[in-house]
Structures are given as C-alpha cells and as structure tokens.
Design a protein around this ligand. Sequence first.
Ligand code: SF4
Ligand code: SF4
Length: 420
Amino acid sequence: MVDAVIAPAVRGARAGVLPVDEDELVACVACGLCLPHCPTYRVSGLERLSPRGRIAAMRAVELDHAPLDEAFRDTIETCVQCRGCEAACPSTVPFGHLIEGANEALAAHPAPAADTRRTARRVAEWFGFTLVLPRNRLLLTATWVLLVAQRLHLVPRRLGLPELSADSLRTPLVADDPPADVYLFPGCVMDAWQRDVHRDALEVMRAAGAQVGLPGPGGDCCGALHTHAGRIAQARRLARRVMASMPGTAPVVVDSAGCGAAMKDYGRLLDTPEAHAFASRVRDFSEWVAAQPGELPLRDSGRAVVVQDPCHLRHVQRAQGAVRTVLAPAYRLHETADDGLCCGAGGAYAVREHALAGEIRDRKIAALRAAAGDDADRMVVVSANPGCAMHLGAAGIDVRHPAELLAAALVPSEPEHPDA
Ligand code: SF4
Ligand code: SF4
C-alpha cells in the first residue's frame, strides 16, 4: 500500500518545482515510525495528513510531474510544521526543509481567488505578512485598535488574543547602559501583545548579573512567520535587518521558541558567514539562564506547574531540558505522557486551520490535565512560546512563560543600607 504511494514518485526525472534537496526528498524509507508523533495523523487517521503521506505527495510533484493542485495544497497546508516527525525519524529525514520548500512553491503559485473565503484569506495574508509585521509602528498602532476592540468585547475569545494592557503598551522596555553583555530580542507580535514577559525576562537576566541591551532599529520581526508561510524572500530581508540591529558578538537571547528556532537557522536561510556567525549567538531564554555561572536567587514557591514543550523548543532547538533546569529549584514540575505532541498552535495555523488546530489542542489539554492529576482544576502550564500560550489560553488554560515564573520566584535583593 505504502509502496504504491511512494514508488511512482521516485521513478520520474527531477522537475525542479519544489525548492528542496532531492537527496533529502528521497531519504524517507516509508517506515512509518514518525506517524504516532504527527498530530494531524493522530486526529485524522489519514495517510495523506501524515509525514509519510506528505513526503509522498512532494515526491509526486517534484519527481513525477504531479500538479500543484488543491489536493497537494491541502496536504501541505494542513501540516502544523511541528517537526515531531523529524525528531522521531530513524533515517534523519529533514522534514522541516522539505515542508518549507513545499510551502515556498505554494506561496509562489497562489491558488486563484475562486471564492470569498479564499479572497479574504489572501487579503489578510498580505495585510499581515507584507504590511503590518515588518512595520513595528504599524503593528503597535494596530494593537491599540485591537485593545479598544477587546474592551468593547468585539474580539472573539477563540482567537486567543491575550488581555492587552494599555500601561504595558505605552511603557517601552529599557536597556542597561552599554556595553551590553547580552541582547534580549523582543520580536514583533510578542512585544506588542506580551511585553510584560520581556520585562520579566529582563529582571531575571539582570538578577543573573548581566547588562542587557536591546536591538537597534529593525530588530523586531525575525521572519519566523514568513518562513512558516513559505515567504522566504521576505524572511531573508527581515533576517538581514535583525542581524544589523544587534552588531558585535554578545549572545542574543530570545524568549519566543518559534523566533529563536528561526534565528538559529539564519545561517541556512542566508548562507553567508555573517548569518552563520549571528545564528551561533542565538540562545533560548532558559538555555541562556541555565548556562550562567552563578545560581539565581530563587525561593521555593511551593507551587506545581505542568510543562508544555513548544515544538520549536523541543524538536528544533532541542533545548527543552533547560526549562526544567531553571524552574526546578522553585517549582514542582509535572510532565505529560504524550512525548511532546504538538498543541496545534503553529504560527498562523490555529487561525487558518481552526478546526484541525482545535482537535489537536483538545488532545494536548487532556494530556496536560492528566499530568496535573489532583491539581487539574487549578492547573498552571508553563510554555516558552507565545503562540502556544495564546492557543492554549484561548481554551481557558492558565499559561505562563518560564520568565514569568522565574521572576515571581526571585528573592528580592536587599536594599542598600543608607548609612553604608
Ligand atoms: S520515520 Fe522518517 S523514514 Fe520513516 S516514514 Fe517517517 S519520515 Fe519516512
Ligand atoms: S511537521 Fe508535524 S504536522 Fe507536519 S507532518 Fe511532521 S509531525 Fe505531522
């Protein structure tokens, strides 16, 4: 059955439709060991919504001249890009590269605007990716409009927008005096919607003894959402801008797992010595904290939290251990038994594929509640990715960032004695 799907694809000549490496494309041996790790396969049971089915579809297009039609588009666009399959694959198939190439090809061949839904989606994507995300002032202005709409109860809860704060929006982050030991990268959407998490991250980094700098102009949108959507040319432009905003050799700390994963991949995205050097400076927030020489002054909070591993922290950055290392002195950590299965957030996926994302989230929430045990009703979940936090938050889950939990557990420093 599987051979029937795969075999015709590997016979044909390379068509060059998908910008993928042919060796990577044919590396899949169709063993199926990745299937239990795929959230869309788990909820649908469909081969075409599994990693193996998606690779077969890519091979059919690339090697056997199958069309870039609606069926192919659906097979590719329903992928959350969690890369759980990549982490599970014994043949080390780099699924992330393949799905990125497939999405890039689809972005270059947009489907005709056949109906109002399709037209609305194209307008929304242009508005988001081209107009707003690369222009930080416009994003902040749009956030003020959203804040007013939220106060008037015009924003549906299912969209997962966090409770926006006027105080937070009008109070910018403040860098320490130069030279910086380390940068904190605030990003675009996270800085507009969850700036208080950055304040907590700054507090923790200062408690660790660091002088923290912030990026100069252009250090906002990292291009992660663009890469996810196959808009690679735009992602490259944004990556160059971000790199120029943080010159020098200081580490770049990122408290969004999705952004951190994208920035660690700038070397591959741009393939320049500068991009490789920049990528080597990028650290997830918890990864950086865990690597500091001294111990943070933390008290035992006595509280329990359930750990949710964002896919881009666990499967891509492979830095999930650091979250546990930094939180363990202050919190009792509960683990899920689902092997880090995706929550269904996936960049703009939760908005675009709302029904599928909801089914995937239901499974995740069941795993989180099981892990919380007797605390399930007052469960607090820790997640290092703003997208996961919003997606789970939209279902009523109390989600905190590791920086929030650490800042809450910091022992206040002694005030200096006036007579000293
Ligand atoms: S585990 Fe790897 S080789 Fe096996 S089907 Fe999945 S992607 Fe292909
Ligand atoms: S990236 Fe995630 S959703 Fe996509 S095929 Fe792999 S496991 Fe499934």
